[in-house]
Design a protein around this ligand. Structure first.
Ligand SMILES: C[S@@+](CC[C@H](N)C(=O)[O-])C[C@H]1O[C@@H](n2cnc3c(N)ncnc32)[C@H](O)[C@@H]1O
Length: 199
């Protein structure tokens, strides 16, 4: 497993990802999305969408006039997501968080669940997420466990994700501010990591 790149790792994990994740955490996801300021009509970008666990919740929030862009660098994850979450106002992109093929200032809200720890070029990814956000747009970077728990979880998972961690809060705040984001707030407790900000 160690020789695989992260993209290969997630390609391999794509099939059956929801078996081990959805049932266990569906109510947690619902509660999490209720914390996001997502409004009817919003254009939302979900970075590292995986098999699309957030998508039905986001569709419910943006309603018919909104739009969801589901993005992941694993082609197989995107295929899984596109197979499960279908709505007329949803589109799928196979791209890296550090190079978003999206125009400046076109997104109202960026979400990123259980993916940021895996992103290699974190500064670039935050800069890109900020670039595509409209002024006053919102960003939510989150994991369903705290920093310490996540580091241990990835250590046990092994392979190419074994060293994937979240930055210390001061570093994360600095990176987000340098990317042009403000009002950075970080929640870090055993059952939740949530870094939120506005542009
Ligand atoms: C642990 S999964 C989480 C997927 C989904 N958000 C969820 O909560 O079920 C992490 C996802 O992030 C994606 N990912 C990791 N690094 C990425 C990057 N640099 N750009 C885009 N996607 C990335 C992986 O392919 C994978 O689908």
């Amino acid at each position: 497993m160690n020789h695989l790149s992260k993209r290969d790792f997630f390609d391999k994990e794509a099939r059956g990802w929801d078996d081990r994740y959805h049932q266990q955490d569906e109510s947690e996801i619902r509660k999490l999305v209720d914390r996001f300021d997502v409004r009817p009509g919003d254009r939302v970008l979900d970075v590292g969408t995986g098999n699309g666990i957030l998508l039905p919740h986001l569709v419910r929030r943006v309603q018919d006039k909104g739009r969801i862009i589901a993005l992941d660098f694993s082609w197989k994850m995107i295929l899984e997501a596109a197979g499960v979450a279908k709505a007329a106002n949803m589109c799928f992109m196979n791209a890296c968080a550090a190079h978003l093929p999206i125009k400046d200032q076109t997104i109202d809200c960026v979400t990123c669940l259980a993916a940021f720890a895996h992103v290699g070029r974190k500064v670039m990814a935050l800069t890109e997420m900020s670039r595509v956000l409209k002024d006053d747009g919102r960003i939510y970077i989150t994991h369903l466990m705290g920093k310490e728990e996540l580091a241990e979880h990835h250590r046990q998972a092994g392979g190419p994700v074994r060293h994937d961690i979240l930055p210390p809060d001061s570093e994360m705040t600095e990176m987000m501010e340098k990317a042009g984001l403000k009002d950075v707030k970080i929640v870090d407790r055993p059952d939740l990591y949530l870094a939120s900000a506005r542009k």
